[in-house]
Design a protein around this ligand. Structure first.
Ligand SMILES: Cc1cc2nc3c(=O)[nH]c(=O)nc-3n(C[C@H](O)[C@H](O)[C@H](O)COP(=O)(O)OP(=O)(O)OC[C@H]3O[C@@H](n4cnc5c(N)ncnc54)[C@H](O)[C@@H]3O)c2cc1C
Length: 377
């Protein structure tokens, strides 16, 4: 049974990085604002590498900060290593990158949202959006709460009809085992929004105690680097070390021999993926002349032994993943805490948006973040 739960200026669907900034900006401008997340534990989650900034993204964080956003301030509070990338090149491409304590980053952002005046934080899945005469009217949660709103910002990330793949195995799921949003896509199609499938992936996580760091190159953070936010001073703190190791011919041989078991190569995945984060099997196929690829080993927080293996994203079956990771120096005895996986989800074609990110033809409906399919595919 549905009921009217209230009237608001702005509702943000999604509390990932895009949704958090959108909701805070609206509330700080004095709008009565709501933000929804399927799970409040997943607020500002980093489902892949727990870092902020980096090549081409460090600039974006600074721009968000200049506009009064939270991301820069939040990473300044929760970073465990900081580095300026590309310093061998000109200053235009220098890029600040900070490794985050993933759980602390989430907890801090959740707390900022909870304390923000004009903003209500709610756990719930949005299943329906009502449009009347080409304008947004209301949205509804899975438990039947209807909120009348003037503006909706969809920031649903990788959750719409999310499906994960590990070799031949697949299941409906959002990232990190959080439930997918399975109902909103049908509603979006009904109101005339074209959806496309997209895919991305993430590497395995490994228990630190099973890694032999003596076979890897140490990657230290930089000293005396400026803060991300213009409001903060540079700070000294005890930085964690990251490590670098490489794949080799044996790794590549295992990948080539098992490509038929990759859902991407076997045709189980319909969606295309972004060029900027290819899986290790993509790299081995596309750059077959390269004898090795980098694998960075990075801590994901101070209160956990889980390490992220950057560069080793994969959708191969778990047994193949274990075999190929074990060929890499230092990872011979790697103990998996979570296997790598690919995720496929519904998103929109951003060429249907105005420059304001409002969907053409639907007044008051905006799209932010990963729901907007990457152009560079
Ligand atoms: C496996 C994996 C690998 C990735 N790799 C990279 C990478 O290498 N580089 C990169 O830049 N990005 C990567 N991403 C994308 C990453 O998700 C984004 O960078 C970032 O998290 C997107 O932020 P967002 O705010 O758009 O969405 P998300 O962080 O995905 O947040 C979406 C939010 O929407 C909520 N939501 C969705 N549907 C509903 C609904 N119907 N009702 C209520 N709430 C809803 C969710 O609960 C969540 O709070 C990866 C993602 C995954 C899952």
């Amino acid at each position: 049974m549905s009921y009217i739960a209230g009237e608001y200026d702005v509702a943000v669907v999604g509390a990932g990085h895009a949704g958090c900034e959108a909701a805070l900006a609206a509330a700080r401008l004095g709008m009565k604002t709501l933000i929804f997340s399927i799970s409040l534990e997943a607020i500002a989650n980093m489902p892949c590498n727990p870092h902020i900034g980096g090549s081409s993204k460090g600039h974006l964080v600074r721009e968000i900060d200049a506009l009064g956003g939270e991301m820069g301030k939040n990473i300044d509070k929760t970073m465990i290593q900081i580095k300026m990338l590309n310093t061998s090149k000109g200053p235009a491409v220098h890029s600040l990158r900070a490794q985050a304590d993933r759980k602390r980053y989430q907890a801090e952002m959740k707390h900022v949202l909870e304390k923000q005046e004009n903003l209500e934080v709610k756990q719930g899945e949005i299943v329906n959006i009502e449009i009347k005469d080409g304008k947004v009217v209301s949205l509804e949660t899975d438990v039947g709460a209807i909120y009348k709103v003037k503006t909706i910002i969809l920031a649903t990330g990788t959750y719409l009809k999310g499906k994960i793949f590990i070799g031949e195995y697949s299941k409906e799921s959002g990232p990190d085992g959080v439930a997918a949003a399975n109902k909103l896509s049908e509603c979006l199609k009904k109101i005339g929004i074209d959806l496309v499938r997209f895919k991305t992936g993430t590497p395995a996580r490994i228990n630190r105690r099973s890694i032999d760091f003596s076979k890897m190159e140490i990657q230290k953070g930089d000293e005396g680097i400026e803060a991300f936010s213009f409001e903060n001073e540079s700070k000294d703190f005890e930085q964690v070390d990251c490590y670098l190791t490489y794949t080799n011919e044996e790794t590549h041989k295992i990948i080539r021999e098992n490509l038929h078991r990759s859902p991407l190569y076997a045709g189980m995945i319909e969606g295309t993926g972004p060029r900027y984060c290819p899986s290790i099997e993509d790299k081995v196929v596309r750059f077959s002349d390269k004898p090795r690829h980098q694998a960075f080993v990075e801590p994901i927080g101070l209160d956990t032994e889980e390490m992220y293996i950057q560069g080793m994203s994969s959708s191969l079956p778990e047994d193949v993943q274990i075999a190929l990771y074990h060929t890499i120096p230092g990872l011979e005895k790697a103990e998996f805490t979570r296997p790598a996986y690919a995720i496929e989800y519904d998103c929109i074609d951003p060429s249907n948006l105005k420059l304001s990110l409002e969907y053409r033809g639907i007044e008051g409906l905006f799209m932010a973040g990963q729901i907007n399919r990457n152009f560079w595919i």
